[in-house]
Design a binder for this molecule. Structure first.
Ligand code: ATP
Length: 758
């Protein structure tokens, strides 16, 4: 029976009463956590003034732990103002349970709300009409702030439903899928589907691989999984942290709110160009150059570069020791360097070894003990120890070492390779001459590394200039070169400052929490989540592998959307990074983003290029098929403006305008005339940069150009055509791209879009 509005209103008011009770309890919890923090602060201020006795340190430490806990708790509670309670389960027999973003108990410790990640809440996501698992009705509460504005019910077990049980609403999932997109990904905690829940709650150890076509929720599910793991394995995971890696800075800001909205603040989010500390790269190299830099062959090139002579290094060592003139020439020096580094030694770590090898060669040249007769103490032959000390103390030797074996940074070594001849030498037999040309040009051009001599250190390179593809190369070099051996400075065990600082760290932690600085760089993450993994090059896999040596992994990807050409090479590198860990594979099959009409067009385009591709099923029909505007190049700006204007009227959320890379600036100029209101809702982006993102309306400019941008451009076009939730317009010289002109066998093609002149 169709429920009346008054029934729905009555249900909403009843739910509101319960929700009010929960918020009141939350306020009390916030107050008590604040009180602990306040008290801790007062004690901490005492510490700074030094008015504290030694025996108080212990209680202060305990206090510090309490304060730290209170601060973390407050951060979680503060994030839960919006839609804290979102679900209700009515069980057979009348038991009612509420599900929310965090668990809340009343003053008597009775549960008011179950945390969505708790085992008891799993049934909220798992129960279906076929398998109700003791649930009669599942209800989703829609809220604005703390106000309940709607309820959406699923009746799962009609036979066991009491007579007065009301069922209202059209279904929470459809309401969520048709809502406007704001440019930030939202959590889906109220509407997680059963097959998604299985992925989220999969056991932590090993590697969880999530595949699926566009819009199947891979990203959002992986993020909920991270929140789930932080909840169920908090101790293990908080120790090392969670690293979330995605394709670009724009993508990272698109997803950055999901974990905090689920009460989790402790993941480190990095785009693939920012994984290495101190380097921020957001520019990609042109495709042919990117392919060479990403290839596993670079490993050998870099390994040779890391072992090569420093540019301008002295070619001979001459000094006076043991009463005679000693000299090592270029050939001997090269042999010593090669020998020291041959056994996999890391260059910066191996300096003491290089010194020993030089001393050995000089001792031999001096003729050993016999040859140094008369130069030792009391006119005796020198001992080896005396000889070494004599040489080491000579300024000529120290100066030589500094020039011949300086500590070098990854940035410097990469800078050396801007010299084409040098690069050709280290790449001999590994890279082709045209590949050497590409790399040398990329590192010596205006945006590339400066000439070798001008690269004193990585900081001097600044935080700009490197491409995304350079970052794994720097990281590889870092691993090859190693940290310099530093003299150990003994610490004063009675240093009081250190003690006091330790006691008051809750302030530091609190300050860094409020500044959002809790994300630190770990090398040994406990869990690594990689999104858009199909695009990672072998060198990028090596970089990530170093950060998750002991981690469990969640890896998300769709081969049909891949922009990396050599899939087998990347898979081999991925397998090497993951080692022997157990793999668990999930495939998601429902496209929740696109309308069926939009996905049909995208599906036809990709099927032409990849006939065996496994396509998801789009669940929503809008009655709005994509349209194609045919235009000449002169008419293009007007046509794009018209299409954007039309979409701004048709949809409530954002409109994306996707162009081939070289057209990005031009397209931004076309749209500048649209005014401020429009500018706030329109985003111009490129095919590659649109990965992982979504907009309510999308205008694709010259799809054929996007498909022609690289040998795998048709896969990028597939990505682009699957970004829209509601409306899609393509604008171009013709509709030939629908026939798949860049595809291997694309002589005929689909014509799903409605053609109309611009
Ligand atoms: N259970 C769900 N409830 C509500 N919305 C959902 C659900 N599952 C997915 N979505 C929505 O579908 C859209 C697509 O999700 P997401 O971006 O995670 O997909 P994806 O598989 O990573 O896509 P792509 O591979 O194309 O980048 C998002 O808006 C997401 O919020």
């Amino acid at each position: 029976m169709q429920p009346s509005t008054s029934v729905e209103q009555a249900e909403i008011s009843r739910e509101q009463q319960y929700v009010d009770r929960v918020y009141a309890r939350l306020a009390a919890m916030v107050e008590s956590a604040s009180a602990v923090r306040r008290e801790g602060r007062e004690r901490g201020l005492l510490d700074y003034t030094g008015q504290i006795k030694e025996e108080d340190y212990r209680s202060l430490f305990e206090r510090d732990v309490l304060v730290d806990h209170a601060v973390r708790r407050l951060a979680v509670l503060d994030a839960q103002r919006e839609g804290l309670v979102f679900g209700r389960l009515d069980h057979v027999g009348g038991e009612v349970r509420y599900v929310g973003r965090i668990g809340v108990r009343d003053a008597e410790h009775e549960p008011l709300v179950l945390d969505w990640r708790a085992p008891a809440a799993a049934v909220f996501y798992q129960a279906t009409a076929v398998d109700p698992q003791g649930v009669v009705r599942r209800r989703v509460l829609r809220s604005q702030g703390q106000r309940v504005v709607g309820v959406e019910d699923d009746l799962l077990d009609a036979e066991n439903a009491p007579a007065d049980l009301h069922v209202v609403g059209d279904g929470a999932l459809m309401a969520a899928l048709t809502s406007a997109r704001s440019g930030r990904m939202r959590d889906i905690v109220a509407t997680i589907q059963r097959e998604q829940d299985q992925v989220i709650r999969a056991p932590a150890p090993g590697v969880t691989l999530i595949s699926g076509g566009p819009g199947t929720g891979k990203t959002v599910v992986a993020l909920h999984r991270a929140a789930y793991l932080l909840y169920t394995e908090r101790r293990r995971i908080q120790g090392g942290g969670v690293l979330v890696v995605g394709p670009s800075a724009v993508f990272m800001s698109y997803i950055e709110r999901v974990l905090p909205s689920l009460g989790e603040h402790e993941a480190t989010l990095r785009s693939v160009g920012e994984v290495v500390d101190g380097v921020v790269a957001d520019r990609s190299d042109p495709f042919p150059c990117a392919v060479v830099k990403g290839s596993a062959r670079m490993r050998q090139v870099l390994s040779r570069a890391a072992r090569s002579a420093v540019p301008g290094a002295p070619e001979e060592l001459r000094l006076y020791a043991a009463g005679r003139r000693l000299e090592l020439g270029a050939r001997e020096l090269t042999a010593i360097r090669t020998d020291v580094l041959r056994r996999g030694a890391r260059r910066n770590r191996a300096r003491p070894e290089a010194v020993r090898a030089l001393l050995g060669a000089l001792w031999k040249q001096a003729g050993g003990a016999a040859g140094t007769d008369g130069a030792g103490a009391g006119g005796r032959p020198m001992s080896r120890g005396e000889f070494d000390q004599d040489v080491r103390e000579r300024p000529a030797f120290t100066e030589f070492m500094d020039a011949w074996w300086p500590n070098v940074t990854p940035a410097e070594v990469l800078g050396w390779l801007a010299d084409r001849d040098r690069l050709a030498r280290v790449a001999r037999g590994v890279l082709r001459p045209d590949e050497v040309d590409l790399l040398a040009a990329s590192w010596s051009g205006p945006a590339g590394a400066p000439a070798p001599a001008a690269v004193p250190s990585s900081t001097a390179r600044g935080r700009i200039g490197y491409s995304v593809e350079d970052v794994p190369l720097l990281d590889e070099l870092d691993a090859l070169l190693g940290e310099p051996v530093r003299p150990v400075v003994p610490r004063d065990p009675f240093d009081e400052d250190d003690g006091v600082q330790e006691v008051v760290t809750s302030y530091d932690r609190e300050r860094s929490w409020s500044r959002g600085e809790q994300a630190q760089q770990y090398d040994g993450y406990a869990h690594v989540l990689v999104d858009e993994a199909q695009d990672l090059s072998p060198m990028q896999w090596r970089m990530l592998g170093r950060r998750g040596r002991h981690a469990s992994w969640t890896i998300v990807g769709d081969p049909a959307q891949s922009s990396w050409p050599d899939v087998a090479e990347a898979e081999a590198a991925r397998d090497a990074a993951l080692g022997v860990r157990t793999r668990r594979t999930f495939h998601l099959d429902t496209n929740y983003r696109n309308s069926a009409e939009i996905f049909d067009l995208a599906a036809e385009v990709i099927s032409t290029a990849l006939p065996d591709v496994r396509l998801p099923r789009a669940v929503r029909e809008t009655g709005h098929p994509p349209t194609h505007l045919t235009t000449s190049s002169d008419g293009r700006p007007d046509a794009v403006r018209a299409a954007v204007g039309e979409l701004l009227d048709a949809v409530a959320g954002n409109v994306g305008v996707v162009v081939a890379g070289p057209r990005a600036d031009e397209a931004a100029r076309w749209l500048a005339e649209l005014g401020d209101d429009a500018a706030a809702r329109v985003v111009v982006t490129t095919g590659l940069a649109s990965k992982g993102l979504e907009y309510d309306g999308v205008v694709v400019v010259e799809p054929a150009e996007i498909a022609a941008e690289s040998p795998v451009g048709v896969r990028t076009l597939y990505v682009v055509l699957t970004r829209a939730t509601q409306r899609l317009v393509t604008v171009g010289a013709d509709g030939g791209w629908r026939a798949g002109p860049t595809t291997p066998d694309g002589t005929t093609g689909p014509a799903a879009a409605t053609d109309r002149p611009a």
